[in-house]
Design a protein around this ligand. Structure first.
Ligand code: 4NP
Length: 155
């Protein structure tokens, strides 16, 4: 499972950390391959944004060990699912994906069965409530995703 956003410093590291914690509690076998990456390379090597780390910490998640990286071609072969935070990330992944792996590329929230919202909004130019909202949306999505994976045994 590869979570993907633009910079890999706000939304997708939150998804990596929160999904890992939720899955560890509910279904440890789902944890085999969980990672995150960005479609852009602006922040390679950086830890999550301090505002993202603070929002995650307020909800009980420690993201401090994560470091940003960019999506690479081999990710499409190595991950069964590449889950994009918004439609722009989805389109970027679909442009990059080898044709045979296109079905692995999905929009996170609809894939989890969440219809509203359908995208995790980019908090980068926002303020604290926007960062807290990202954690809330991703907690909801992670719970739904664990249930979906357990019932379909995709992982
Ligand atoms: P993310 O947020 O895609 O959730 O990590 C962003 C991080 C950095 C930028 C934009 C969004 N940026 O423009 O540098």
């Amino acid at each position: 499972m590869l979570f993907v956003c633009l910079g890999n410093i706000c939304r997708s590291p939150t998804a990596e950390g929160v999904f890992s914690a939720v899955a560890a509690r509910a279904a440890p076998s789902l944890l085999a391959r969980v990672d995150s990456a960005g479609t852009a390379g602006y922040h390679i090597g950086e830890p999550p944004d301090p505002r993202t780390q603070a929002a995650a910490a307020r909800h009980g998640y420690d993201l401090s060990a994560l470091r940003a990286r960019q999506v690479a071609l081999q990710d499409f072969a190595q991950f069964d699912l590449l889950l994009a935070m918004d439609r722009a990330n989805l389109a970027a992944l679909q442009r990059q994906a080898p044709k045979s792996t296109l079905s692995r590329v999905q929009l996170l929230l609809p894939y989890c069965g969440v219809d509203e919202p359908s995208e995790v909004p980019d908090p980068y130019y926002g303020s604290q409530p926007d960062f807290d909202r990202v954690v809330q949306i991703i907690e909801m999505a992670s719970t739904a995703l664990v249930a979906r994976l357990q019932s379909s045994r995709v992982v």
